[in-house]
Design a binder for this molecule. Sequence first.
Ligand SMILES: [Zn+2]
Length: 505
Amino acid sequence: MKKAAAAVVVLAMLAFSAATDAKKPVAAKKPAAAKTPAPDAPAPDARRPVDAIVLAGQLITMDPSDRVIPSGAVAIADTRIVAIGTQEEIEKEYRTSQLIDRRGQVVMPGLVNSHTHAAMNLLRGISDDKPLMEWLEKSIFPAEGKNVSPAFVKAGTLLASLEMIRTGTTAFADMYYFESDVAEAVNQAGLRGVLGETWIDFPAPGHANLEETKTVSRAFAKRWKGHPRIVPAMAPHAPYTCSKETLLAAKAIADEFGLPLLIHLSETKDEQKTIQERYQMTPTRWLDSIGFLGANVLAAHAVWIDAEDMKVLAAKKVTAAHNPESNMKLASGIAPVPATRKAGIVVGLATDGAASNNDLDMFEAMDIAAKLAKVGSMDPTALPAKDVLRMATIEGARAIGLGSVTGSLEPGKAADLIAVDLSAPEYQPVYDLTSALVYTADGQAVTLTMVDGRVLYDGKSFPTLDQKKILAEAAEWRTKLAGQLSLPVPSFPAPAAPRPTEKKK
Ligand SMILES: [Zn+2]
């Protein structure tokens, strides 16, 4: 006990002189010479105070040199990462009252979901096993038409936020209606979001016509522009649902406010056919011909783009969001991800909305993206795990326009990170970290989710969200929608008293 205490004093003194030596070599001698402290008196601690230090068993940075630091640590001041290094290096220079110990675990950048519709979590499993157009026109659009309101999007986005936080997503790009209400939910959750207000050429909730869409979108942009975690965006739905006039009006507002433009592009073969018939061009070349494409455009899906489309998208610095599970479930096709990346297009990974996936677990998306690329090309070397991990972190961040803010753990960047516990039987043994994260782990392995230095999930609780209330609201919406659509939903009666055969503890 005494030995340990003495060791701490010595270490602290060493740390003190090391820290002061670096800046003021002369002053360093003063405290030592002033008076000899009693053996048990605490030594003055000159280490720089920070708001939190996260200790990691393995620290995956995804920085430009792809550093992985065994026994690593991250020092965080306010919302930012101030330093990264070994535990020894960090604890020598920094002290904190919030030490987050994940020494048996992997600490890595938070995952980036580059395309989703968060509010659609309320429509999870409402209609499955249908082609995209039938699914949209017979199930999703009618359900949305009757229900989508500020209350609906808020409840759905809060439910999605719980899921994203629980499964390690820290930033996402969203497309939906009433995005100002989506933004309120995201702000409350503490997540980072690029939130796109939808533009579409038929009357939609809150968007009776183009004029109303312009008004709503402009107000949304004004209200949220400059927020530290929320980036407002314009989201014209797709080339087949938006006219040239609509697309250019959305682009004009995006340009005026300096915002991203989110769009679905070349998702299905049907879309290719429709646009070919309408404009005698591919969707990509048509968008290019009207002057829509630019570095602020994020194209979701890009399943049916050809080599010439890729050249156009790369030249215009358009980024893409790959949605493997949605593309599989709706049988939209297999996106040519390796070729798209090779063409110089930044591709992020995504889940799409919960109605077409049916979850927002980015670990699962990584696993499936890698496997889909392999079976699609009959080449097991296609899209290796390390590339998929990049798509889910740093490249995803670049795809949504936040590459300088998040997606890797580097000093100066936002403290957006997660911890992953691979000690459970279903993840063991671990030979290779990337392999374990991409092919083995799922979102349930996450034990810490932090955005902007704030803990959103600590392995047990969600400090920013009321899980019980959010789940109760989701259940209410399910009852309402099931009634409207006459769906025979299962019930889960509250458990009665324990059975006589059950042992009481
Ligand atoms: Zn989508």
